[in-house]
Design a protein around this ligand. Structure first.
Ligand code: C5P
Length: 232
């Protein structure tokens, strides 16, 4: 899989999502569907976007006992999504079960990536509430290595962590990175941001871009600019 730009379709319903995607006449962007849209519209939104030719990263971040995750993943693999994810905190046993569930009878399967620590969790909270007393980067890398050892394809991380993840888990281990902004753009609630061009230099494999595209005056132009900076 080559480098690509994934648009985070953080819309609350199918109508908004489809009218946004209707603006793209020549491209069929790779899209990310998160919990809000999936819980509002159900699997049908995935089928609709697939039928329109989009590749899909289904961002549902599964975390449960291995058997439950395995069965849920098997349902998702029948939806023909391209990337799905889970929490590495669910343990190696859960990650291995997820892979088993995802694998279709013909041996094919969507890519499976792991969330390490959510970017909304800081080191102090991790220590106080999760009782994990190690530095954040150490925890993130350890979780990434667990994911790689379990056979997963990659992690969601900051572009700033992409090089360290590749060094630790291999260059083919995918880094899917949100927190991307244009140089002159508004960071919004994202704290550590990089431009698409910088994410490319840092070795990210996929960038996930939401508001810089969805809220742009001309979303198609913003998407093309991301592709130009990151892919070409
Ligand atoms: O609008 P923006 O470009 O900030 O969107 C980034 C997308 O990536 C959102 O869907 C957000 O939930 C997701 N994400 C993130 N940081 C993470 C994991 C996912 O921003 N660590």
């Amino acid at each position: 899989m080559g480098k690509d730009v994934i648009i985070a379709c953080d819309f609350s319903n199918a109508e908004e999502t489809l009218s946004f995607l209707d603006r793209f006449e020549t491209e069929r962007p790779f899209v990310k569907i998160g919990m809000e849209l999936f819980y509002a519209e159900g699997p049908e939104i995935v089928r609709q976007l697939k039928a329109r030719g989009h590749r899909i990263f289904l961002d549902l971040k599964l975390h449960d006992i291995p058997n439950t995750v395995k069965k849920a993943m098997s349902v998702l693999s029948r939806l023909d999504v391209d990337i799905v994810n889970l929490h590495a905190a669910g343990t190696s046993a859960m990650m291995r079960a997820a892979l088993e569930g995802l694998t279709r009878p013909d041996g094919s399967r969507p890519l499976l990536i792991a969330v390490t620590q959510l970017t909304s969790t800081d080191e102090a909270t991790m220590r106080r509430e999760l009782l994990i007393g190690r530095p954040m980067d150490e925890v993130v890398m350890a979780y990434a290595r667990n994911a790689a050892a379990a056979g997963l394809d990659g992690v969601v991380c900051s572009p700033l962590e992409a090089a360290a993840v590749h060094e630790s888990c291999g260059k083919d281990f995918l880094t899917v990175t949100p927190g991307v902004r244009f140089a002159e753009g508004d960071a919004g609630d994202q704290k550590r941001v990089t431009t698409p061009a910088r994410a490319k230099e840092l070795g990210a494999d996929y960038i996930v871009v939401g508001r810089p595209i969805t809220k742009a005056e001309d979303p198609v132009a913003a998407y093309r600019r991301c592709v130009k900076e990151f892919v070409e």
